[in-house]
Ligand binder design. Structure first.
Ligand SMILES: C[S@@+](CC[C@H](N)C(=O)[O-])C[C@H]1O[C@@H](n2cnc3c(N)ncnc32)[C@H](O)[C@@H]1O
Length: 247
């Protein structure tokens, strides 16, 4: 059982986080990331073989070049949209008509401090991007908002069917990194409210709160500690175990 304090602490032992996971095929996925690429890549590089970012904006190439060594790059067009499980109306998305034709995938081979990995930048709708990826080892989402406007995607990653898709994609013992943005159903308690309930307390100048562990869709969510802050808001790292998962 975790100590009462562990959820308040920054996670330091990353080898423990990834224990038992297949690092040769480990995928990090961060939708609506904008140019927030350096910190996550540098943090997770020893444990991840493919970093997948998704945004309707083009890749922040100069940011990437500053963060890592890029050895090779090429772009392709994403195909197979017609087989996607969500129709555009299922999940509210901003200006979907305008972005529906975006389907570029920019690939890079890169390294950082001796770790080699691929970077895939999906320049398309981020829900569509997630559907292109079989399994996710780390799902990361932060500093976004559930309401359209002021640059927020408005994509409800932590809500309803979309969160079920996220849970399905995350492997057994995989990780969720979130500051709770794109969560909070107003005024209602949900089993997974701990993901966003203390959003105000997530401000990094407040003491860290300790979110409770919970279960949802037969998956157990265990808060392991805090992640680096972004715009003064801290994220938490959750371990997701699926007791019914096939070995
Ligand atoms: C508030 S910003 C996210 C900031 C980022 N997480 C950070 O920490 O800097 C929202 C981002 O979502 C992107 N976006 C909006 N709608 C999107 C969609 N349907 N699919 C993919 N990206 C989208 C925007 O281009 C923008 O970069």
């Amino acid at each position: 059982m975790k100590s009462r304090e562990s959820g308040r602490q920054p996670v330091r032992n990353f080898d423990r986080l990834f224990h038992g996971l297949n690092l040769a095929e480990s995928v990090f996925f961060y939708p609506c990331c904008s140019s927030d690429v350096s910190q996550p890549i540098r943090f997770f590089a020893p444990h991840i073989s493919r970093f997948c970012f998704a945004d309707i904006q083009p890749p922040p190439v100069s940011e990437l070049r500053k963060a890592v060594d890029i050895h090779e790059e090429h772009s392709v067009v994403i195909s197979g949209y017609e087989f996607l499980q969500y129709s555009p109306e299922d999940v509210p998305r901003r200006e979907l008509e305008r972005i529906a034709d975006l389907r570029a995938l920019h690939n890079y081979s890169a390294s950082y401090k001796g770790s080699e990995f691929e970077i895939s930048w999906y320049q398309c709708d981020a829900v569509h991007a997630l559907q292109q990826i079989d399994q996710v080892t780390v799902f990361c989402h932060r500093s976004d908002g559930p309401i359209w406007g002021e640059g927020s995607s408005g994509i409800p990653w932590l809500q309803k069917d979309l969160f079920s898709l996220v849970i399905d994609k995350i492997v057994d013992n995989g990780l969720l990194v979130t500051d709770g943005s794109c969560g909070h159903y107003p005024d209602t308690e949900h089993p997974h409210s701990p993901l966003w309930r203390d959003l105000r307390a997530n401000k990094s100048d407040c003491p860290a709160s300790m979110p409770e562990d919970f279960e949802l869709n037969h998956a157990r969510f265990r808060c392991l500690g805090t992640f680096l802050s972004r715009r003064g808001v801290r994220s938490y790292i959750w371990k997701i175990s699926k007791p019914g998962a096939l070995l």
